[in-house]
Design a protein around this ligand. Structure first.
Ligand SMILES: *Cc1c(COP(=O)(O)O)cnc(C)c1O
Length: 392
C-alpha cells in the first residue's frame, strides 16, 4: 500500500478510536434481567424461556416459538421436523454463513448450491428452480443480511413442487415482507441471537412455526427427546416419569439468556429505526460516488440492515481488499462481504454449478459499520475514506 500523502491527517486519524463494524446494544436493563434470573435460582430452561418464546413468536407473526442454543441448532431441528434425511438434497444459497449449508450435512443430506439475485443477495424462484431435482426434499431460504427474499413466489414454487421450505431468518428479526414480518406464514423459520445479529442473548436461537405438532416435537428434540420438559417435571407436585421417545439433543437455551432476550426484544424496533437512518445516510451520501452500489430495500419489503454492504463495480479504482485495507488504516473496521460456502475447504469435494452472481457479490462487496450510537462524525470518517478511494 502507498504511504498516505498527508501524514498530519494520517496521524490525527490514527489517534481516533477505531470504529467497530457492529456492537451489540446491551445495557443495565439486560444486566439486571440476567441478575434477576440468577437470583431466582432457576438458571436453566424455565419460565423465562417460555415467556421469551411467546413474546418472540408473537413479534414475528408465528403461532409457536421453540428457543434453542443457536441459530445453527434451530436450523438443524427445522430440517429434522421437515423430514429431511440421508439421500435427500437440500437447495441452499452458497452466499450465506456456512451454517446454512452445514445443517443439511448434519441430517445426512446433500446441500445443493443455488445462485442469487445480485441486488438482494437472495435465492429467487428461478435460481431455486434451476437447482431442483427429483431428490430435492427441501430448500433453505436465507434473508441475507436482513434483506427479505421474495417470499410469495418462492413459497408457491415449493408448494407446487412438493418441497419443504425452511426459512433461515437468522439475520432477519424485524425484517418486513409486504408489511409483515418475514416469519409470518413460514412453514418453519430459524432465528439467531448471536451478538452479530440485532437481538442477542449471547448465544441462542429460536425456531418458529404455525404447526403445533412440529413445535411439540422440537421441544422434545431440544431436550434429549424427553416427553416431559424438565421445567414441567420440577413444577409438578406428583412424581413424573419421563420417557425418551427418540434420539434428541441438548439444544436448550438458559433462563439467563431468555431474560436478556426479553429486554432485547423491547429494543428491536428502536434498533432497526436507528439502523435504517444510518443506512439512508450512507445511501444518500454514496449516491454520487462512482463505482459503489449500496444495498437497498427491495420493492416488496424492508430490510432491518443487519448488514449494510456496498458492492464495488468494475470501474472502482481499488480492489475490495485494497479498500478494506484503506478503511482499516483510517481506523474503520469493515468486513469482507457475505461469504460463499462453496469457496471454503469444507466444500472442496462438493459438486458445484456455476455461481457467477454469488462469486461476484461475495468477492466484490464489503460490510460497513452500522451500530447503535454511531455518530455523524464516525459516519463522516467512513464516507471520507470511500470518497477518497473512489478518487472523488
Ligand atoms: C448467524 C447465522 C447463522 C448461524 O447462527 P448462530 O446463532 O451463529 O448459530 C445461520 N445462518 C445465517 C444466515 C446466519 O447469518
Amino acid at each position: 500500500m502507498s504511504v498516505v500523502a498527508n501524514s498530519a491527517v494520517a496521524t490525527e486519524i490514527a489517534d481516533l478510536p477505531r470504529i467497530p463494524v457492529m456492537v451489540p446494544w446491551l445495557g443495565e436493563e439486560e444486566a439486571e434481567a440476567a441478575a434477576a434470573a440468577v437470583r431466582s435460582g432457576w438458571v436453566a430452561q424455565g419460565p423465562r424461556v417460555a415467556e421469551f418464546e411467546r413474546a418472540f413468536a408473537a413479534e414475528v407473526g408465528a403461532a409457536y416459538g421453540v428457543a434453542v442454543s443457536s441459530g445453527t441448532t434451530a436450523l438443524h431441528l427445522g430440517l429434522v421436523v421437515l423430514g429431511v434425511g440421508p439421500g435427500d438434497e437440500v437447495v441452499v444459497p452458497s452466499l450465506s454463513f456456512i451454517a446454512t449449508a452445514n445443517v443439511a450435512r448434519y441430517v445426512g443430506a446433500t446441500p445443493v448450491f443455488a445462485d442469487i439475485d445480485p441486488a438482494t443477495g437472495n435465492l429467487t424462484p428461478d435460481t431455486i428452480e434451476a437447482a431442483l431435482t427429483p431428490r430435492t426434499r427441501a430448500v433453505i431460504l436465507v434473508h441475507q443480511g436482513g434483506v427479505p427474499a421474495d417470499l410469495e413466489p418462492i413459497r408457491a414454487l415449493c408448494r407446487r413442487r412438493n418441497v419443504a421450505l425452511l426459512e433461515d431468518s437468522a439475520c432477519a428479526a424485524g425484517t418486513l415482507y409486504r408489511g409483515r414480518s418475514v416469519g409470518a406464514g413460514a412453514q418453519v423459520a430459524a432465528w439467531s441471537f448471536h451478538p452479530r445479529k440485532l437481538l442477542t442473548t449471547g448465544e441462542g436461537g429460536m425456531v418458529t412455526t404455525d404447526d403445533a405438532e412440529w413445535a411439540a416435537r422440537m421441544r422434545r428434540l431440544r431436550e434429549h427427546g424427553m416427553n416431559v420438559s424438565a421445567a414441567d417435571r420440577h413444577a409438578s407436585d406428583k412424581p413424573v416419569l419421563e420417557a425418551y421417545l427418540e434420539t434428541g439433543f441438548n439444544y436448550r437455551m438458559t433462563d439467563i439468556q431468555a431474560a436478556v432476550g426479553l429486554v432485547q426484544l423491547k429494543k428491536l424496533a428502536a434498533t432497526i429505526a436507528e439502523r435504517r437512518q444510518l443506512a439512508a445516510r450512507y445511501q444518500r451520501e454514496l449516491a454520487d460516488v462512482p463505482g459503489l452500489t449500496p444495498v437497498a430495500d427491495p420493492e416488496y419489503g424492508e430490510t432491518n440492515y443487519q448488514s449494510f454492504w456496498v458492492r464495488l463495480v468494475d470501474s472502482f479504482p481499488l480492489t475490495r481488499d485494497e479498500l478494506l485495507a484503506r478503511l482499516a488504516k483510517a481506523g474503520v473496521s469493515a468486513r469482507r462481504g457475505i461469504m460463499a460456502a462453496h469457496l471454503e475447504p469444507a466444500y472442496a469435494d462438493a459438486l458445484v454449478p456455476p455461481l457467477p452472481a454469488t462469486e461476484a457479490l461475495s468477492l466484490n462487496s464489503l460490510i460497513l459499520p452500522v451500530f447503535h450510537g454511531m455518530t455523524g462524525a464516525q459516519q463522516d470518517r467512513v464516507l471520507a475514506v470511500l470518497r477518497a478511494a473512489a478518487g472523488g
